[in-house]
Design a protein around this ligand. Structure first.
Ligand code: MMA
Ligand code: CA
Length: 636
């Protein structure tokens, strides 16, 4: 069969040459590594053909096949590389009755007679299907064959196939069991998976399997128990296997209990010095752990003597480290980069802080009032001022505390009309008169009354200065007020009118009879001037009391009358007092027939000496006269 297949391969080479490369390229026969085997077969076949030329042709074909090129294509190439003409010539030289439709000796096929070959047998690949034909030269033509590419086609030609039929992808039991010692027959399941059931590693202590010559192997105790191993049904505890595959009954005990010194119950982590296989390293899951675990009286691990020396990577920040794992010792992006930074710090494998993932965020201290919780931030007061915080008119510098609250301690008090305090530009505010009083406002210590404040301006209308002797104003109780409190000047220190020596006083007025400076009678005008020179005026008699006063003083006078301040010079017949005062209800006591304007030039009145009556007389007549002093009222 092998030799014949080789011959077919050679014929196939010839057929491929004769028909050209197109069909070979259009219908690749094999795309898997198994083409290498085809090539190997070709090489063997060339040798089997015994032809030097065929051997030469087959050689390159095999080499090409091993290189992984498609089998049929490789064959074609091989044909070209070799000597197809000579090989074909060798085939053509054999005389056979080709074409009679009957399979004769030396013919692979003839017409429809394929000699029982199929695509699978002709190609040597069970998976090959399709139409196998015979050429006119009686050579098998496999160009109609194709690979089935399915599990079961006998070729492991899909990625999902670990194997296919006998194609095990060159795997062995050693491969399947990952044990170089494994032996046996590796097979392939119908599902194209390797079947290692025929493989075995062989009896060896340590192969995890109790072999007949072993009491046990690792956990495989062959069903033995403390009771069976020691042949004592009361025995309990933990039966184990030594590295030498001998049963270890040292942890077997009757009535095992915590405290018997052996970890022999599932409920025990340890017992006394028996820690099982536990170590500080294993219990702390840290290869750097040191110390030895202890076992408590309750058969539980006590890690009190275990410790892990600090090292970068132990996830605990040591003093020499900026961080370790997630332990940053309280550091944050904000503490490392300053206020206004958030996000997560990173810790490098060198236990140094990494800030690559920190981000800028709003925070108190970033100098910008950018959080609802901030009244301010640095110099950013959000528009607040002393005036807006403390009150209208407040001056000074508003500042911001470190906690982003406003600080108005350096602001002045608010200043505005209505705050009850006298501020600049105000003379008063509410009840605050700025220390002013009626006395200071009116400039008189005698001022009384009360100031008031209107629109922050002082109002002194409620202030007044009570009348007093010396104020130059006549007040109740005063006969006079000459604006001083001196006496002897016509008005006494107590504002009593002072008359000149010899004068009479009636009410507040002074009356006296006078002559001119030489002691002589004088004209009415001379008399008038003389009175005025003494701060007086010619007497005006507008009451009986005045008339009586003058008359009483004149009693005994026998020579002539006295001038009084009554005249009709302005309008003849119309008499008036020189002071302008009216006579009122007092009727001037004219003598009978008077005034008669005798001679047409009598315009001045005299008090007659012989009667208590008056007469009009010539103003040029020389008479003594009466002066009257009004009380002195004089504003200083
Ligand atoms: C008479 C009488 C008066 C007049 C005087 C002037 C004595 O009285 O006529 O009316 O004024 O004379 O001497
Ligand atoms: Ca007269």
């Amino acid at each position: 069969m092998l030799a014949r297949f080789a011959w077919i391969s050679t014929a196939l080479v010839l057929a491929a040459c004769a028909e050209g490369m197109a069909s070979s390229e259009d219908e690749p026969v094999d795309t898997s590594g198994s083409s290498g085997e085809a090539g190997a077969s070709g090489l063997a076949g060339a040798g089997g053909a015994g032809g030097g030329a065929g051997g030469i042709a087959g050689g390159p074909a095999g080499a090409a096949g091993k290189a992984g090129a498609p089998a049929s294509g490789s064959a074609g190439v091989a044909g070209q590389a070799g000597s197809p003409q000579k090989a074909g010539g060798a085939g053509g030289a054999t005389a056979t009755p080709c074409g009679n439709g009957k399979l004769d000796a030396g013919e692979p096929c003839d017409g429809a007679d394929l000699g029982g070959e199929t695509c699978a047998t002709a190609t040597g690949k069970p998976g090959m299907v399709g139409e196998l034909t015979c050429t006119a030269a009686c050579a098998i033509d496999t160009s109609g064959c194709t690979a089935g590419l399915s599990c079961g086609d006998g070729v492991a030609n899909q990625a999902s196939e670990d194997c296919d039929g006998g194609d095990l992808r060159k795997k062995t039991c050693a491969d399947a069991l990952s044990n170089a010692a494994a032996q046996g027959a590796l097979a392939c399941t119908a599902q194209c998976k390797l079947d290692a059931s025929g493989c075995s590693i062989g009896p060896a202590c340590g192969d995890q399997k109790k072999d007949p010559n072993e009491e046990c192997d690792a956990k495989d105790l062959g069903g033995a128990t403390c009771a069976s191993a020691l042949n004592d049904p009361d025995m309990q505890g933990t039966l184990s296997c030594t590295p030498g595959c001998k049963l270890d009954e040292s942890k077997c005990v009757k009535n095992p209990k915590c405290g018997d010194g052996a970890k022999n119950q599932a409920s025990e982590q340890c017992d006394g010095a028996d820690l099982g296989q536990a170590t500080c390293k294993s219990l702390l899951s840290d290869v750097n752990a040191t110390g030895t675990p202890k076992c408590t009286a309750a058969c539980a691990y006590d890690l009190g003597d275990c410790s892990v020396p600090a090292y970068c990577g132990d996830k605990k920040k040591a003093a020499s480290e900026a961080c370790d794992g997630a332990d940053f010792g309280g550091a944050t992006c904000a503490s490392v980069l300053g206020p206004g930074h958030g996000g997560a710090l990173g810790c490098g494998s060198d236990c140094k802080i990494q800030t690559a993932n920190c981000v800028v965020v709003a925070a108190c201290g970033d100098g910008t009032k950018n959080q609802a919780s901030e009244q301010c931030d640095g110099a950013d007061h959000g528009g607040a001022t002393c005036s807006s915080i403390v009150g209208q008119g407040s001056q000074g510098q508003l500042t911001c505390n470190a906690d982003c609250t406003l600080n108005a301690s350096a602001c002045t008090a608010s200043a505005f009309c209505g705050n009850g305090k006298v501020d600049a530009g105000e003379s008063c505010d509410g009840a605050d008169f700025g220390g002013k009083t009626c006395a200071t406002v009116l400039g008189d210590s005698k001022a009384t009354g009360s100031l008031s404040c209107s629109s922050c301006a002082l109002v002194s209308s409620g202030c007044s200065i009570p009348p007093y002797c010396g104020d130059g104003k006549l007040a109740a109780g005063e006969e006079c007020d000459d604006g001083n409190v001196a006496g002897g000047d016509g008005c006494s220190a107590t504002c009593v009118a002072e008359c000149l020596p010899g004068e009479l006083k009636l009410g507040t007025h002074c009356y006296g009879e006078y002559a001119d400076t030489s002691g002589n009678p004088t004209s009415w005008d001379g008399a008038k001037a003389a009175c005025e020179g003494m701060g007086r005026h010619l007497v005006t008699i507008t009451s009986s009391a005045e008339a009586d006063l003058v008359w009483d003083e004149m009693s005994g006078v026998t020579t002539q009358g006295r001038w009084i301040g009554y005249t009709d010079r302005a309008v003849e017949g119309t008499w008036s007092w020189i002071t302008g005062e009216a006579s009122g209800g007092f009727i001037p006591p004219w003598d009978s027939g008077e005034p008669n304007d005798a001679g047409g030039n009598e315009d001045c009145a005299e008090f007659l000496y012989s009667y208590r009556l008056w007469n009009d007389n010539s103003c040029s007549r020389a008479l003594y006269f009466w002066c009257e002093a009004e009380p002195i009222v004089k504003f200083p």
